[in-house]
Design a protein around this ligand. Structure first.
Ligand SMILES: C[S@@+](CC[C@H](N)C(=O)[O-])C[C@H]1O[C@@H](n2cnc3c(N)ncnc32)[C@H](O)[C@@H]1O
Length: 821
């Protein structure tokens, strides 16, 4: 039955649309009585005998006209809904989807409705009308994401580190939408969908706590989840906390959720919500409940959570595997042709460029294909840049920070800036081999292009050359395209790089959308090289590493001409064997070992650099390095573990910002080698080292929500002499503050984070804050990391200088004698 009146209230004037209406009623001329909202067989007779009994015929006729007109207007206009109007009326995605379904089921028509899959997965995507809610403050936005995705049939949000890729999300969404109805029905059948009355004291208090203390505005789903749980545990009456004695029933409830088809992620969400509810109860002054009892029940839930979390991680992994099986290549996959063709390529290079032996025309063309592929697959360039690169650009390459920079103006893309690549020294030698030994044979006329076709003209299609290279290497299905490798790199970059790094990568890849950003500035040469080096760190990518900067400076490398010949003949790489005496002599080098020793030194340095690259975050133990060396399988010229230990220096900021260990530790709040210790007296708790730290190690972060300085100061005012957990700092011209006062933080329920527990020392600090920008989740977050300023022994308390003294705050801190420590 239609709820006509309710809808009239809801529906604003809609477009006048005359449509053919099939009225969903057995009477062709069904007209509602506007007085009783019923559909009589005859409106006139109905009014005469019922709703307008005793009224005059004129009055009744007038009312019949009004009723008829109302029906006509309704059928002509009100049956059609504009989806964007629904977005405005119902900003919450879950309610809107439910409303749309309800309307469609009841015969309404929805204009401009996204397709079903999009309705489920494209929530709050920027640029859609749904973005209304997504543009609110960071807190509200995260709350929207959290609660909207925690609905039972909709799933799934956990505090796991697993962040599904967009493709995984899409697959999940379509699976979700299919199973939505059945899950809900199963829950209803199992008595798990009933809720307690919303006005229940516990629920009202919990909702106020979420909104007031935790700033989660959109918390309805979380409250509903808790409400359903309470109703299941106590089917009648005002909900109370007796369920805490019912561990068997709690286990039954979780099993029942699982049997209803809820995923592990959603069950984890339920548990998270219930734990947060209990923490609220524990901390609530008017509840007066036994804290130990509540804590025991929380611990019990946490124990139950472990196998579910394991299951969830397993699901996430298998979804990722599906991604690979489904044909979404990784950067590593895309580089297969470079790996499998490398032996042949180096062989041609050695004969052609070093031994000056003439190679066949087929080999020459194949060599060119490989060089082109290096640009596309290894340096993520578009085929147009390969086609457009000129000799002039090649001869003007610049050695910068150990790489050769080449700018390409003619790359036929929408981007208005120059495409750039930063070749390693080895790659530069390969290209020089092409330039000296192959290209001259193909020059016919005026063409200035670097890569020339057999006819001496510009190559017509870098993509076709790449395809041919794949075919020649026996790689099925034509292998990967430049577009695929760029997408694979983009996916990785999007998840772990900062905004600035992303901008630089976009410039490196010469992405055409870059020009749309008016704030964008083309990065300088060093930034381009840094970006190329950074791209080497992408997971699954094993490039040739650049040689150590000190030995590759233009002076030392370029001045030793004869050794550079040797090196061109026998390119140094991390995993190859040094040339034998016979090979050296055959290639025209003297019998002595001078170049041979230099060659080995380079390889040694390259291997050292490679080993060091594993330890951006903290200095490793000797045993760890030894294990790594044995895994590499090098039989000779192996660096010693002690050398690596001696060489280790703290990482540069950009390396820290992209270090996966640091990103993981910050998002999971899992830092190794630390413990919270209680001290006597006013000091309270502090943090001690449970492992040895070396100067420069990153120890942990100061975790909390980033707020403005003004907001932080407001919080500080209320706090008096009590321990404060606010960290004020300046970053990017802004005065900011990290709020660790609000605890537990909404993102790490019940986890005691280390940073906030670190005490002050101005005289003997052993760590210092370092301000970085980390890509956490989908955001660039200003983060404070603590870096060891000296070696720290086990059991030592960690301390940093709070940067205030007793005379700070206009003398208000005079009595805080601990500030002198
Ligand atoms: C960020 S908290 C540090 C953790 C705190 N001790 C606790 O138990 O939670 C800062 C507060 O710790 C105390 N504190 C910090 N450094 C101290 C020190 N060197 N001696 C005594 N108390 C200290 C002060 O009360 C200060 O307001």
């Amino acid at each position: 039955m239609f709820k006509c009146k309710a809808l009239e209230v809801l529906v604003p004037p809609l477009k006048k649309l005359m449509i053919h209406v099939v009225f969903p009623h057995r009477h062709r001329n069904a007209i509602y009585c506007l007085m009783c909202s019923k559909i009589p067989v005859s409106i006139k007779r109905h009014l005469e005998n019922r709703c307008m009994k005793g009224c005059s015929a004129v009055e009744i006729a007038a009312q019949v006209d009004i009723a008829k007109e109302s029906t006509r207007v309704w059928t002509a206009t009100q049956r059609v809904w504009e989806y964007n109007t629904l977005v405005k009326l119902l900003p919450d995605h879950v309610s809107r989807v439910a409303m749309v379904k309800y309307l469609i089921q009841n015969g309404y028509l929805i204009l401009n409705k996204p397709c079903d899959e999009d309705m489920d997965c494209a929530r709050e995507a920027p640029g859609t009308s749904d973005s209304v809610t997504a543009t609110t403050s960071a807190v509200a936005a995260s709350a929207v994401a959290c609660t909207a995705s925690s609905s039972p049939p909709e799933e799934e949000e956990t505090d796991s580190s697993e962040t599904p890729s967009p493709d995984e999300k899409t697959r999940d969404s379509s699976r979700r939408s299919r199973s939505m109805g059945t899950v809900r029905e199963a829950m209803q059948a199992g008595g798990m969908y009933e809720k307690c009355p919303p006005e229940s004291k516990l629920l009202v208090g919990f909702r106020n706590h979420l909104i007031g203390a935790l700033q989660i505005q959109n918390c309805q789903q979380e409250v509903d989840n808790v409400s359903r749980f309470l109703r299941y545990m106590q089917p009648e009456g005002e909900p109370n906390l007796e369920f805490m004695t019912k561990t068997t029933e709690t286990m039954d409830y979780m099993s029942a959720l699982s049997n209803s088809g809820l995923s592990a992620a959603t069950i984890l969400n339920y548990m998270k919500n219930i734990i947060r509810f209990l923490q609220y109860v524990k901390g609530s002054v008017d509840m007066n409940e036994d804290g130990i009892k509540i804590q025991k029940y929380i611990d019990f839930l946490k124990t139950m959570r472990k196998p579910v979390a394991r299951k969830h991680s397993g699901n996430a992994c298998s979804t990722r595997c599906d991604g690979i099986v489904d044909g979404m290549p990784t950067v590593h996959d895309c580089n297969l042709v470079l790996r499998s063709g490398k032996k042949r390529f180096l062989d041609i290079y050695n004969r052609m460029a070093i031994s000056k032996i003439v190679v066949s025309p087929t080999e020459k063309t194949w060599y060119r294909y490989y060089c082109e592929a290096v640009m596309m697959l290894r340096h993520f360039q578009r085929p147009a840049a390969v086609e457009g690169m000129t000799v002039r650009e090649w001869v003007n390459r610049k050695l910068t920070d150990g790489r050769y920079l080449i700018g390409i103006k003619n790359h036929k893309t929408g981007a208005t800036h120059v495409a750039t690549i930063a070749l390693t020294l080895e790659e530069e030698a390969w290209y020089q081999g092409y330039y000296e030994c192959i290209r001259p044979e193909f020059v016919r006329g005026e063409c200035d292009c670097f890569f020339l076709s057999a006819r001496g003209t510009q190559i017509t299609s870098g993509s076709s050359d790449l395809l041919r290279l794949h075919e020649s290497c026996g790689i099925d299905h034509g292998g990967c395209t430049s577009g695929q490798v760029r997408r694979a790199a983009d996916t990785l970059v999007a998840t772990s790089f900062t905004e600035t790094q992303k901008q630089n990568v976009a410039a490196y890849m010469c992405r055409s959308d870059l020009v749309a950003d008016t704030h964008y500035r083309m990065p300088g040469p060093s930034a381009i090289v840094a970006t190329a080096v950074l791209l080497d760190t992408l997971p699954g990518f094993t490039p040739e590493r650049r040689l150590p900067a000190q030995t590759d400076s233009p002076g030392s490398c370029m001045s030793g001409k004869e050794f550079s010949d040797f090196q061109q003949t026998f390119p140094v790489s991390r995993d190859c064997q040094p040339p034998t005496k016979k090979q050296r002599v055959e290639a025209g080098f003297p019998e002595n070992r001078v170049y041979y020793d230099r060659w080995r030194k380079r390889q040694y340095a390259d291997r050292q650099e490679h080993l060091l690259s594993y330890f951006t975050y903290r200095k490793p133990s000797g045993g760890k390095i030894e294990r790594l060396i044995s895994e590499e399988g090098w039989t000779s010229n192996c660096p010693k573990a002690q050398d690596i230990l001696d060489m280790w220096t703290p990482a540069l900021k950009y390396a820290i910002e992209s270090d996966q260990n640091i990103l993981n530790s910050c998002s999971l709040q899992k830092w190794k080698g630390l413990a919270i210790k209680s001290f006597d007296g006013q000091k309270g708790e502090g943090v001690v080292a449970t492992t040895h730290f070396t100067e420069g190690d990153i120890v942990c972060d100061y975790h909390g929500k980033v707020i403005t300085k003004a907001e932080g100061e407001m919080m500080m005012k209320d706090q008096g002499d009590q321990a404060g957990y606010l960290f004020f700092f300046n970053a990017g011209g802004e005065a900011l503050c990290i709020d660790a006062q609000t605890w537990p933080c909404p993102c790490h329920d019940g986890v005691e984070t280390f940073g906030r527990k670190i005490n002050h020392s101005s005289k003997h600090p052993n760590i210092k804050p370092l301000c970085v920008v980390l890509r956490l989740g989908d955001e660039d977050v200003h983060t404070i990391l603590f870096k060891a300023t000296r070696d720290i022994k086990v059991d030592t308390e960690l301390k940093f200088n709070y940067g205030v003294n007793r005379t700070s705050f206009r003398g208000e801190a005079l009595h805080l004698d601990w500030l002198d420590e």
